[in-house]
Design a binder for this molecule. Structure first.
Ligand code: SIN
Length: 488
């Protein structure tokens, strides 16, 4: 039983339902599970736990809905996307509250995420109208060669808890615009945002079965998705370890896959950088979402000649951050999502300190708060033997390393199996271009700590995955190309 007294219109916390074929399922074949507020460790809601049965029904519903949805014109589908977008924007505060309660994102940032989520719908409503084919000049004068693009079919989106609404629209926007129907499996830490979104799908009168949202047993649901020959494509955002398993599972039916996986982003501050801007960028990149983004700065490399000034500015700005219960409007940094998240951070800091790191600020929990809080932390005197320099942190801890030569720092930055995002702060045009070209990452934030936007391709190389989301590129994974050879 939820203790929330606030008036919510998209979700009844005491009667949460899964959304399959346009209907609400208030019970799950696997019982129920609790969603915990990481700021307070209190139960937010109890949610029906789905499994194979619900997954099968969702796949069937999406399959049944596909012929009619794929036959609509891109203009008709765009109207639906824009209606969903308008409702999201209208309900941004309510959805922001739900995000904040279930996964601990600071409320204002959570509302910002809803606006970000809406931008993918605006973009793909338009991009769907530009799914152009090709005609190819033929060698044989009696032939006409044509390429058309068609929707891939039923697709599945497996979405993470750290951006519970934006990662859903970043996948569903292009999928729906392309004419695909869908099953969404959100992370178990953030089912309520997804189910509130299901209510928006219903309010927007999207035909039954076009979007199905099921939560519950991750193993059973993903087994059904990967065993099914109806599901033609899966888009996953999550850890590299799980991504690698999905590659194996996808082999059975040769499903298309796009994978947005882990990161270990280097943040390079060159000798000619604007120090205040670099410190501001480091705070944004590192402490946004309490350090729980795949693209957040994980290793900060600063040129030795400006290291003291940078450290002073970075510590000063970090100490200004307001940490607290995520639902409070003035809070900028909330808790970690759960105990495991907190323990990983504690372990990395302990290991670093044991190996000689110096705590410049933070380095401890916040005992006066009940949730999974850790103070925004900066470590110096860091080296490559420490866990923090080798693993994704996913928490509010910034290790600083000094360097002397650009070649040396580029080598260090690239010395990782990950390749999602990297950052460079410099005022030199030459360095901006040459260092961007030499870094082996899919996204470069050049004097920009938050490069993700709906208009541009987001994704990694190496073990950070493949496929791109956002931009005109983001719709291509949801399409199949068909070549038609016409003999006249
Ligand atoms: C992510 O961390 O996966 C998403 C970050 C973003 O879109 O800016």
């Amino acid at each position: 039983m939820s203790t929330l007294t606030q008036d919510f219109q998209l979700i009844d916390f005491n009667n949460v339902g899964l959304f399959i074929d346009g209907t609400w399922r208030l019970t799950g074949s696997k019982g129920t599970f609790d969603v915990i507020n990481p700021s307070t460790k209190k139960v937010v809601a109890s949610v029906p736990k789905g499994g194979s049965q619900e997954a099968k029904e969702a796949i069937e519903a999406a399959d049944k809905a596909f012929p009619a949805w794929s036959k609509l014109t891109a203009y008709e589908r765009a109207d639906y996307l824009l209606r969903i977008r308008d409702l999201l924007l209208e309900k941004q505060e309510e959805i922001g509250t739900i995000i904040s309660l279930e996964m601990g994102k600071a409320f204002k940032e959570a509302v910002g995420e809803v606006v970000y989520a809406a931008s993918f719908l605006t973009w793909y409503a338009e991009e769907g109208k530009r799914i152009y084919g090709e005609t190819i000049p033929a060698l044989d004068p009696s032939k006409r060669l044509i390429v058309i693009k068609q929707p891939a079919g039923v697709v599945a989106a497996i979405t993470p808890w750290n951006f519970p609404i934006a990662m859903m629209t970043r996948k569903l926007g292009p999928a729906l615009a392309a004419g695909c129907t869908s099953i969404v499996k959100p992370a178990s830490q953030s089912p309520l945002t997804a189910l509130a979104f299901a209510k928006i799908i219903e309010l927007a009168n999207v035909p039954k079965g076009v979007v199905n949202i099921i939560v519950g047993s991750t193993g059973e649901i993903s087994d059904e998705i990967f065993e099914s020959d109806i599901v033609r494509k899966v888009s996953f955002t999550g850890s590299t370890a799980v991504g690698k398993d999905l590659v194996k599972f996808s082999a059975k039916t040769l499903k298309k896959l796009s994978l947005e996986l882990g990161g270990h982003a280097p943040f390079l501050i060159l000798e000619d950088a604007d120090i205040e801007k670099a410190a501001e960028g480091a705070v944004l990149s590192k402490f946004r979402n309490a350090g729980q983004t795949c693209v957040c700065a994980n290793r900060i490399y600063v040129h030795e000649k400006i290291a003291t000034q940078f450290k002073e500015a970075f510590v000063r700005k970090t100490n200004e951050l307001v940490v607290g219960e995520s639902i409070n409007e003035d809070v900028q940094v909330g808790p970690l999502v759960n105990k495991d998240g907190l323990e990983k951070v504690q372990e990395q800091v302990k290991d670093a300190v044991e190996k000689g790191a110096i705590i410049e600020t933070g380095g401890e929990e916040i005992p006066e708060l009940d949730g999974y809080f850790y103070k925004p932390t900066i470590l110096s005197n860091v080296n490559n033997d420490m866990l923090i320099m080798n693993e994704e942190t996913f928490g509010p801890v910034a290790p600083i390393v000094e360097f002397a030569e650009i070649d040396e720092v580029i080598k260090e930055a690239n010395n990782t199996e990950y390749g999602l995002a990297a950052y460079i702060y410099t005022t030199s045009l030459e360095n901006a271009i040459t260092v961007s070209e030499r870094l082996q990452f899919g996204i470069i934030g050049l004097n920009d700590a938050a490069p993700g936007v709906a208009q541009a391709p987001f994704g990694g190389i190496k073990e950070s995955g493949y496929g791109r989301e956002g931009g005109h590129q983001g719709i291509s994974d949801y399409l199949e190309e068909k070549y038609i050879s016409l003999k006249i």
